[in-house]
Design a protein around this ligand. Structure first.
Ligand code: BGC
Length: 736
């Protein structure tokens, strides 16, 4: 449709029809499956507005989409097609590792390919917009949604944001891509205490420097949609924050796409105490810049009155509607309302072997080897080994936000290992969680499921005895533990990051046998492992690894793949160290300043993490030598050339993530002790030497002041290069 046709369509629409375009409802409103992840409340939306609703939430599958689309278009006076939006967060049917996992690959190119695959599958099934990428920077592992994040670093998150958006949108012209809707604008990842839906309070310099860059990167990468956050930022609900949505996002950054609220977040501004009623909330959200109201009655029941009684200028509504119609038109929905969906594509493009291979590769690159005492790994198939634990023969490896995937399509750890050791003895040993009230509190599991998951005391004792019995006959125990699927993800905040007591008991009992223990952890967040780390010889941290998890884990265990994953979130020793992140400001009394009491630490725990940001081992290790810069003083319009020499003197070919950080030694606002500005993932054959090159320009050295202005100040900068934030070489340069 030409632009002028869009305008005449808009002109011919009634006010009600226009408002309809700004309403998004879930499947239950259209007599199809409801896949809502949020409180289920009666919304009180009239049937008339249901018929006029312009978009659908999480209605997927070609037949469902066609059914709803046909009916809606028939019902609407101008037969305007609906938009179908869905949470395609890390895969549709082929599930990739969770984002906190795949960010540990430090491989944005591979992630782009993974998102192309996800878009290919989901578009075949009728989805047009993905509520992804989630690019909230996170500092607190208590928050369940760290699962969906790319970790604690703004530069790395921005890098992935760009490639995830490209991956989703690359194939839009062929109708095999998805519109990317980045979320949650802004700074949802900084909820106080890591408690879900809690408030966010940040200084402007912190907001601009650490939290906003990924969203800005998303705009620059061409994302066509943005989603607001459920939270307040400095006292203002993000969904009604005109400064955020209009002044920053639209005016300062030039975003001209569509803005959608998060699930019911417009209605929730009333509960935040920022609006009196639906009408007031509708006025504030629309005025702030929100185009579409996701799953709340506010626009449906508030906007019409506001216009008719002259409180709201119709032009505000016209602008929002035009943005929605434009998006529909950009996708060609007026000509083909099903976009790329067809039953043929749906049959041929889901879970193909190529997509599975990509999922496996990404899982292999995501898994982080945390410990490998005396080269306990890789295993030889000749070893006499057993496989123990609640994740041994378990297909639930997808994690909470894989809402369209199925565990029946997932390769279990047992299946993966059986390809190397067909007759490996296996026992569960214990349940994932023994506390059924906690499992019920997760809010997803039925009573029956919980009953199946929690064995009786007697069975549990029997399971433990069986595990001990078969382990006694072995030399090596592969022990699989971790979090239950719904312990992490949305509304999965928790205060205790340690493994549950029953799992620790299993480790303790097995460690008494004096065998080699390889611990495999499946989890959606960093866990506090200090109390178990000395009981085992090796730890592979596998996140929720997705459809090919079992194969990926086995390939690493048996050395077909050398681990190369590096953490993108700091791992605490104990839960109460949270929030914990590497790019913090310097204290006047750092922990290592002096012995004794009066330094910045806890009396019962050190301040530093058990495993720092950027950390991860490989089989064999790489030495860093000769960090060099081509000049010691440089001007604002020149670049510094940095080189570092790597030597792989191990017996393994390896992949190394070379990390480059800076520290601005003196500035108007004190700067982080370290800040990642670049990285390179390189391969080294055994015995190979390699020189790695970086260029640093002055725009990588800027910071934000407390009015949100970007600044570049002359002075000294440390250049820090190494295998992680803690093991590195340092040199210093002066900016003139
Ligand atoms: C989440 C969003 C999600 C939306 C739709 C909300 O609860 O915060 O991330 O996209 O639901 O499912």
């Amino acid at each position: 449709m030409e632009d002028n046709q869009l305008y005449s369509l808009l002109d011919s629409m009634s006010l009600k029809e226009k408002i309809g375009q700004l309403i998004q409802l879930s499947g239950d409103f259209f007599s199809t499956a409801n896949l809502s992840i949020g409180p289920v409340e009666k919304l009180g939306i009239s049937p008339e507005f249901v018929k006029l609703a312009g978009s659908a939430l999480n209605v997927v599958g070609f037949e469902n989409v066609k059914h709803v689309q046909d009916k809606q278009m028939e019902n609407q006076p101008h037969h305007i097609p609906m938009l179908f939006m869905s949470d395609v967060i890390y895969g549709y049917k082929t599930i990739f590792p969770i984002p906190l996992g795949f960010s540990s690959s430090w491989n944005p190119h591979l992630v782009e390919k993974a998102f192309e695959c996800a878009a290919d599958e989901a578009s075949a099934s009728g989805v047009q917009v993905a509520f992804a990428p989630m690019i909230d920077v996170v500092h607190d592992a208590r928050w369940g949604r760290v699962l969906e994040s790319l970790g604690e670093d703004p530069f790395l998150t921005s890098t992935f944001a760009k490639t995830m958006i490209k991956g989703l949108q690359n194939n839009l012209p062929d109708k095999k891509g998805l519109v990317a809707c980045f979320k949650h604008f802004a700074a949802y990842g900084a909820v106080e205490g890591g408690r879900e839906y809690n408030s966010v309070d940040l200084s402007l310099s912190n907001l601009f420097q650490n939290y906003l860059p990924p969203y800005k990167a998303a705009v620059d990468a061409g994302a066509k949609m943005a989603m607001t956050s459920l939270t307040t930022l400095n006292g203002i609900p993000s969904t009604a924050d005109k400064w955020l949505l209009t002044d920053i996002l639209r005016k300062r950054w030039g975003f001209d796409g569509t803005i959608i609220s998060d699930y019911a977040s417009i209605q929730e501004i009333i509960r935040h105490g920022f609006a009196e009623d639906n009408e007031d909330a509708a006025f504030k959200a629309l005025n702030a810049g929100v185009d579409i109201d996701m799953k709340s009655p506010v626009y449906a029941n508030g906007l019409e009155k506001l216009v008719t009684n002259g409180k709201l200028d119709i032009e505000k509504i016209n602008d929002a509607v035009l943005r929605v119609l434009r998006l529909k038109n950009d996708l060609g929905l007026f000509e083909n309302p099903y976009f790329g969906a067809s039953s043929t594509r749906e049959k041929t493009s889901l879970l193909t072997s190529r997509k599975r291979a990509l999922s496996r590769r990404l899982a292999e690159e995501s898994i982080v080897l945390l410990k490998n005492k005396n080269n306990a790994l890789p295993l030889s198939t000749e070893e006499n080994m057993v496989l123990i634990g609640p994740y041994a023969d378990n297909h639930a490896l997808n994690g909470m936000w894989a809402i369209h995937g199925s565990k029946t399509d997932t390769v279990s750890i047992l299946q993966g290992i059986q390809k190397f050791v067909p007759n490996i003895p296996t026992e569960k040993g214990t349940d994932l969680r023994r506390d059924s009230s906690l499992l019920a509190g997760l809010g997803f599991l039925s009573e029956q499921e919980i009953k199946r998951m929690v064995s009786s005391e007697k069975e549990n004792h029997h399971n433990l005895m069986q595990a001990i019995k078969i382990s006694q006959k072995s030399d090596t125990i592969i022990l699989t533990l971790g979090e239950e699927t719904y312990e992490a993800g949305e509304a999965g905040s928790k205060t205790n990051l340690e493994l549950p007591e029953n799992q620790i008991h299993l480790i303790n009992e097995l460690s008494k046998l004096g065998k080699k223990i390889i611990l495999i952890i499946i989890a959606g967040r960093p866990l506090a492992l200090e109390n178990v780390v000395d009981k085992v010889d090796a730890i592979l941290y596998c996140w929720f690894p997705g459809s090919e998890g079992g194969n990926a884990i086995a390939n690493l265990l048996f050395g077909c793949i050398n681990p190369s994953g590096r953490l993108t979130m700091s791992f605490p020793r104990v839960s109460a160290q949270e929030p914990l992140y590497y790019n913090h400001l310097a204290t006047g009394r750092p922990q290592d300043l002096a012995k004794g009491r009066f330094v910045s630490k806890y009396i019962d725990a050190p301040a530093n993490p058990l495993y720092p940001f950027g950390y991860g081992l490989s089989y064999g290790s790489v030495n860093y030598l000769n960090l060099k810069i081509d000049k010691e003083v440089f001007s604002k319009d020149s670049t510094i050339h940095v080189t570092v020499k790597l030597i792989n003197d191990s017996d393994f070919d390896t992949t190394e993530v070379v990390q480059l950080y800076i520290h601005d030694k003196v500035a108007e606002i004190t700067q982080p002790v370290q800040r990642l500005i670049d990285f390179k993932k390189v391969e080294l054959k055994h015995d190979q030497e390699l020189t790695v090159h970086f260029n640093i320009s002055s725009n990588q050295l800027t910071f934000f002041d407390n009015r949100g202005n970007e600044k570049l100040e002359s002075g000294l900068f440390d250049i820090i290069c190494g295998t992680n934030g803690k093991q590195h070489l340092t040199t210093t340069v002066r900016l003139k």
